[in-house]
Design a protein around this ligand. Structure first.
Ligand SMILES: Nc1ncnc2c1ncn2[C@@H]1O[C@H](COP(=O)(O)OP(=O)(O)OP(=O)(O)O)[C@@H](O)[C@H]1O
Ligand SMILES: [Mg+2]
Length: 456
């Protein structure tokens, strides 16, 4: 049984709601109406118009894309009239029109089943222990990683700033790969390849192929046969070496240096880089044909500044690792400090900072401000950027330029804060209210009032 809620954002009775609910039940759904006062869980939202009301509701019920919501248009024309991308941006996991398929309920069931498989894997200890994080941006990346790893054999291109976890993600993709009798995970760091020896590094060589080739040697592609080849920092590969890879990446065949025999290797290719490869292509530094071959499935890992909610869980995870599973608390000012720090090398910086604090820490109590090494301390109070930093000011400037006044700006800021707090507390209104500094009742009234204005 696929447990979901259903909700109809439709005018009139033209859409046969009863029949649709019956069709869902026949397809294996256990569907009950959405409780608008306490929306939770996965759901199917039927709509007859793509408008702000539908998007707002989607943002709320999907908790910005974390909860799986299928948005179904009552007809193809209802879908064609609006911009369906807006629904996906608001958090829908998929959108289609009910009359587009001969058996739309079965189509819906297939989607929820796949999402379930992906989300169960994302929640599995293997994934949770390897790649820590619960923020929306991180969950979105994890879903992609898990899906490409378990349901495809596609080449993956991992993009992201330094220290965002690209290598960890590559190793996880290999662990989740379902190939029977899977061989090893082989890493080749493209920054270390010397041009003259590149052929041998990639493809291996025959004995005597060149001075110093005293024995036959396998290259990276042969070593990765049956497994995964991870080409790290592929953006650093000089153009001539990029050319060398074209055939093997596409055809999976290669020749050893000094041999005329074509050999075959079956491998999943994962490449990683912190460069913007599309820009590199524009500037003639990366081959477009190689890009299209390695990027069957590009996946961008978000920087830490786009997922500040993950900072403290990551810090606790690293403390747990360093104390061999035991946990030591973080004092409140230290938590504040970690949240306000800048991390140019993302999770790597955070991990090293936490390690420096743990090395200094003594006693069974929490890690306190004094455990932060001198070099890591802010020189003055103002060294920390205020929460209302340049990007906040920019947003306000934009709002003013577009003619919005204090009332709109204030209301939007409040609504955003409310939405984030409810999101981060997984829909728990009591805890969200606490964080917002209002009573539960006040938060409930505000949400109800907003829903009313939206619906009127
Ligand atoms: N989500 C995460 N959960 C736990 N540890 C993480 C996570 N992301 C990164 N790390 C840790 O942070 C460090 C950097 O990660 P990794 O080497 O995978 O990053 P990278 O993107 O390959 O960096 P670079 O571009 O500098 O090579 C590693 O020690 C890794 O274990
Ligand atoms: Mg790396």
């Amino acid at each position: 049984m696929i447990k979901v809620w259903h909700h109809f954002l439709c005018q009139g009775d033209a859409f046969p709601r009863k029949g649709v609910i019956e069709a869902l039940a026949d397809a294996g759904f256990d569907a009950c109406p959405l409780d608008l006062d306490a929306p939770s869980g996965r759901g199917v939202l039927f709509f007859d118009e793509i408008n702000a009301r539908a998007c707002d509701l989607l943002r709320e019920v999907s908790r910005n894309g974390i909860e799986r919501i299928l948005a179904i248009a009552v007809s193809r024309s209802a879908l064609a009239l609006g911009n369906a991308w807006e629904l996906l941006r608001a958090g829908a996991s998929d959108v289609f029109a009910w009359d587009h398929f001969s058996d739309p309920a079965a189509e819906a069931a297939a989607r929820f089943e796949r999402w379930d498989e992906v989300d169960n894997l994302v929640r599995s200890p293997l994934v949770q222990k390897s790649l820590v994080g619960q923020s929306r941006a991180w969950i979105a990346a994890l879903r992609q990683i898990v899906e490409v790893a378990s349901f495809t054999s596609a080449s993956v291109l991992l993009l992201g700033e330094s220290g965002t976890g690209k290598e960890k993600a590559a190793r996880l993709i290999h662990s989740l790969d379902n190939r029977a009798g899977k061989a090893d995970f082989v890493v080749l760091d493209c920054t270390t390849i010397v041009q003259e020896l590149s052929g041998s590094e990639f493809f291996g060589h025959e004995k005597g192929a060149f001075t110093g080739a005293v024995a036959t040697r396998d290259g990276a592609f042969a070593l990765a046969d049956g497994g995964t080849l991870f080409l790290d920092e592929i953006g650093e590969l000089p153009l001539p070496l990029q050319a060398e890879l074209l055939r093997v990446v596409q055809e999976h065949t290669y020749k050893r240096v000094g041999s005329n025999l074509w050999r075959r290797a079956d491998f999943r290719l994962i490449c990683a880089t912190n460069r913007d490869l599309l820009r590199e292509i524009e500037q003639g530094r990366f081959r477009r044909d190689l890009y299209s071959r390695i990027a069957s499935w590009p996946c961008k890992l978000p920087p830490l500044c786009e997922r500040p909610e993950d900072i403290l869980p990551l810090a606790r995870h690293f403390i747990g690792e360093l104390y061999d599973g035991d946990s030591v608390e973080l004092d409140e000012p230290v938590r504040q400090y970690l949240l306000e720090c800048r991390y140019p090398a993302n999770v790597r910086d955070l991990k090293q900072l936490v390690a420096r604090m743990v090395y200094r820490h003594v006693g069974p109590g929490p890690i306190t401000l004094g455990d932060i090494p001198e070099e890591d301390r802010p020189s003055t109070e103002s060294a920390f950027e205020n929460w209302c930093d340049a990007s906040f000011e920019q947003a306000v400037r934009l709002a003013l330029a577009q003619g919005f006044g204090l009332k709109d700006i204030g209301r939007t800021a409040e609504e955003t804060a409310e939405r984030i707090a409810v999101d981060e507390e997984n829909g728990n209104l009591q805890r969200a209210a606490q964080r917002l500094g209002v009573t539960d009742r006040a938060l409930q009234i505000r949400r109800a009032a907003r829903r009313k204005t939206r619906d009127s």
